[in-house]
Write a protein that binds this ligand. Sequence first.
Ligand code: AHG
Ligand code: MN
Ligand code: MN
Length: 335
Amino acid sequence: MAKRISLTRYLVEQQRVAGHIPSELRLLLEVVARACKSISQAVNKGALGGVLGSAGSENVQGEVQKKLDIIANEVLIEANEWGGHLAAMASEEMDGIYVVPNRYPQGEYLLLFDPLDGSSNIDVNVSIGTIFSVLKKPDGDRGVEESDFLQPGSHQVAAGYCVYGPQTTLVLTVGDGVAMFTLDREQGSFVLIQENLRIPEDTKEFAINMSNMRHWDEPVKRYIDECLQGKEGPRGKDFNMRWIASMVADVHRIMMRGGVFMYPWDKREPNKPGKLRLLYEANPMGWLVEQAGGAATNGRQRILDVQPTQLHERVSVILGSKNEVERVTSYHSAL
Ligand code: AHG
Ligand code: MN
Ligand code: MN
């Protein structure tokens, strides 16, 4: 039987052999993975663990919080605050940043996360996940501030997601390609399944919430319309459609077999640049997709080049198979 490589060993080798990550970052990623294991346990228990349903509160973005949104947020904070590797954290579920309390040593990293992605799927037993991004705190002796988090995605030093689906799968990059691990529940450890994940450059599958079609901008309408015309249309091939409504699960499918995912700006709320959040959804996913040979833009610009101005800033997202993302992006500049 082939030797099994645990996440721990993979990270040690990334640190020791490949020299890609300092030990502090290795510890950070181990701790995030441990937190994901714990969230996976809670997700698995479902109603038996009393974790389903609404928490009866709203987050800073005006979204109703589910019990699991809050549980996952707490698990990630409790796991990460005492290790000495972090200066502060930011999350979809917290208004401002969470500075590591004084009683613990402060590290040099900043951790951002969407603790529970796909909240509308929790109670219906459909795949959900956790998305995370790691930045370095800018140099300087002063304490950490919210503005330290406002770095473009190209500054990320690690990014990943964990899908809680039929399997619990962790997908990770530290800037040297993308690796995928599956949780072995008996052993309690993540096991390496595949290194150097590659997204095919071409695809016949798109993911978008079609119910918003009437609100889309022209370039998105044109792209989807051409796909829908199938073999008889300008693309000369039939397309398939998937929409899970958990970005994590839609992106994971694209990691496995290609495709293009879009949550574009639309006319419902014209003042918002999009629905998805730049710092803890689009940036980590954008970097993972690029590391796997795909592309990620907001229609006009590479997502990783967007300079954030707010912690919970939103962005239009087009990501996945390179040639399709480039096509949709070119339709935006054609106008
Ligand atoms: P979250 O549950 O973290 O708020 O994110 C949900 C996001 C994303 O995961 C998904 O792609 C999208 O919202 C689904 O939105 P619609 O329900 O509008 O399709
Ligand atoms: Mn989300
Ligand atoms: Mn969320």
